[in-house]
Design a protein around this ligand. Structure first.
Ligand code: HEC
Ligand code: HEC
Length: 330
């Protein structure tokens, strides 16, 4: 994405510095709450209203997203694990992949995934396109074989016509991937109440929700969850301020699996908090069943602080304003 990303080293005392920095910034005049936000200064940016995808290509992608011919045994589509009617994710801790195999990690939402700087919890895919290439062929997830997928889609006259009209190359692995990624780039939620607030509608969120946003900044949640996706633009260790509870995070190598660097153990992409109220359970290992539990864990393990009950409740009120339905006009 073109937006400037805050790229910080994933570990070390920087996060404390950043927390202090944002905490200081948040002490700025409270009077502002009455007016709209001062956008240039906000650590969270509104989503663009559209990423302007080619409608014909996105329409093919929408169809492919629900097409089980992409999986080896013709039983799974992207939509089997990413429920578009609900939250773009899965309510199960781990999703059922091909032949009932369970995914190693909790399924994130595809809504606004276009704004993540990398895809997957460990960031092993740089682009949506690469993510699609991987998931179709993944032996646990879709167990597909690209040449076979291309042959199946190419054998369908309706697809052949649609691809022929939208792409000079017709049906190919590259155009299937491109159509799916185009569709994913339409799955953005700029109609959320918080986006309306950021775009200048001071009444789009209540004063209690504004207070929650102020707490989110004061406590330093924004040190990691920031930018257009309220996350999705850096890697961080899960458990920077303290060892995780037994069992949490134990089974996944995180970023270490990609880089092989010792300091990348337990490091994950900071997830986007957009639509977070709708995407329980939480964390890469689904170790938090509720938003309350997830926020509690963040206080303990990412901030090393205890928040009052009222402050946590206020933050959750704010987090709920980040939900929106894709395709809704703002
Ligand atoms: C069997 C369930 C399953 C299927 C089918 C599936 N996914 Fe996923 N998806 C997951 C899981 C689990 C992850 C996280 C895996 C990881 O991070 O290692 C994921 C991650 C993603 C991500 C990255 C999101 C982020 O925030 O990092 C995107 C985008 C995505 N999937 C899109 C798709 C598309 C497009 C398809 C179809 C081509 C698809 N998925 C099929 C389970 C599934
Ligand atoms: C030092 C960086 C950091 C700070 C500060 C931080 N987080 Fe997080 N947050 C993360 C990381 C990393 C994860 C993913 C952990 C995992 O699953 O491995 C995460 C995950 C979450 C999740 C779960 C999202 C999901 O889809 O599973 C929520 C909710 C959350 N954070 C809220 C907060 C709140 C609220 C605060 C402030 C009280 C906060 N975070 C502070 C780094 C941070």
């Amino acid at each position: 994405m073109g937006a400037p990303l805050v790229r910080l080293p994933s570990l070390g005392p920087w996060s404390l510095r950043a927390v202090a920095l944002f905490a200081a910034a948040a002490l700025a005049p409270a009077a502002r709450a009455a007016a709209g936000p001062a956008l240039g200064e906000e650590p969270i940016k509104p989503l663009p209203l559209s990423l302007h995808q080619d409608p014909a290509r996105a329409a093919i992608g929408q169809r492919l997203f629900a097409d089980t011919r992409l999986s080896g045994n013709r039983q799974l589509s992207c939509a089997s694990c990413h429920d578009l009617a609900r939250n773009g994710a899965d309510t199960r801790a781990r999703s059922a992949g091909i032949k009932g195999r369970l995914t190693a990690l909790n399924t994130p939402t595809v809504f606004n995934a276009a704004f993540n700087f990398k895809q997957f919890w460990d960031g092993r895919a740089d682009t949506l396109e690469r993510q699609i290439e991987i998931v179709v062929a993944d032996p646990v997830e879709m167990g597909g074989h690209w040449p076979e997928v291309v042959a199946r889609i190419g054998a369908d006259p309706a697809y052949r016509r649609a691809f022929g009209a939208a792409y000079r190359a017709g049906v190919s692995q590259a155009t299937i991937v491109d159509a799916l990624a185009s569709f994913e780039r339409t799955l953005i939620t700029p109609a959320s109440r918080f986006d309306r607030y950021l775009r200048g509608d001071a009444r789009a969120i209540s004063s209690a929700e504004k207070a929650g946003y102020a707490k989110f900044k004061q406590y330093g949640c924004v040190a990691c969850h920031q930018g257009v996706n309220v996350g999705g633009n850096m890697f961080q260790k899960f458990g920077v301020m303290g060892a995780l509870p037994p069992g949490a995070g134990a089974g996944a190598p995180g970023r270490f699996g990609v880089t092989g660097l010792a300091e990348d153990r337990q490091v994950f992409k900071v997830p986007s908090l957009r639509n977070v109220a709708d995407t329980a359970p939480y964390f890469h290992d689904a170790s938090a069943a509720t938003l309350d539990a997830a926020v509690d864990a963040m206080f303990t393990y990412q901030l090393g602080r205890r928040g009052s009950k009222e402050d946590k409740a206020a933050i959750i009120l704010f987090l709920r304003t980040l939900s929106g339905k894709p395709g809704t006009a703002p």
